[in-house]
Design a protein around this ligand. Sequence first.
Ligand SMILES: [Zn+2]
Length: 352
Amino acid sequence: MDPEIISVNGADIPRNSRTTLDLPVARLYTHSQVAMPVQVVRGKKPGPALFVSAAIHGDELNGVEIIRRLLNLPALKRLSGTLFAIPIVNVYGFIQQSRYLPDRRDLNRSFPGYERGSLAARVAHQFMSEIVEQSTHGIDLHTGAIHRSNLPQIRANIDDPQTADLAHIFGVPVILNADLRDNSLREAAAEYGIPMLLYEAGEALRFDEVSIRAGLKGIVNVMRHLNMLPASRRKAKREHKPLYARASSWVRAPAGGILRAIVPLGGSVEKDQLLGILSDPFGEHEIEIHTPCDGIVIGRTNLPLANEGDALFHIARYRKLEAVTARVEEFTEQHQPDTNPDSPPDAEPPIV
Ligand SMILES: [Zn+2]
């Protein structure tokens, strides 16, 4: 792997170069060509080929900003191997600010795609054949759905030891062992033996600084582990043991109502603890929502309006809840936007 010349869409890309490409997908009915923007960064020395992709769901934006920051890291000058950066995979959805494609298909259920299939299948096929099949590793960046926030978390097939390793190295406290979904990018990458992580953090159509910082840090951690970037000069912190969630479940609204949530994202809860109260607008009928198990709130609705059956709180269960609670607190603290007046003047202002 990692040949002298890599070819993407017919363009030859040598070592020690940075190339921006427009990967053509399909023409619009206006005649305009639509293209997937790709940047290929190749180091002087050979090494792994990592793809980092975002906005496979067109309304999930944190990953787009994570990739912008990744591509601006001075450390990339010392890259070994190849970085494929694809900030906007679902260009159609991104323009429409929508999760889906114009044909209402979910791109992440359309892999590996097919040259003469639906529009989603064609985008998937183009992405697979030009990028994924030339990669040795992958990280795909997502957020929660619209009106729903996720605590930064990795979803990966941790039954595969190599993937489990990367999941742990990424460094966010929550790791879910997620089965491969049919026709997802993860499933398609697994067919090629490519270990892949899915990072989920924040909410659709919003930027969240903690999620962005944690995602960038995670990618850098993985790249260092793969020897694509030089090791950190700072002393390695003590190694945490990986804490995998045993299972996770959504707490749904037993009836329609207006929700007053009282447990924040990242909150640690004990079985039967009050999570929130659903009420009618008069406050005459109130329903308390309790958690069915101990765990950490790793996903939450931000919309106080709930129909019966709507998913309100996503709880991850752990064997050692105390350890995870401490880790989540430490993690959130570490990634808070820096309000320290002594921070270097060239640092970018955080998004607030
Ligand atoms: Zn997504």
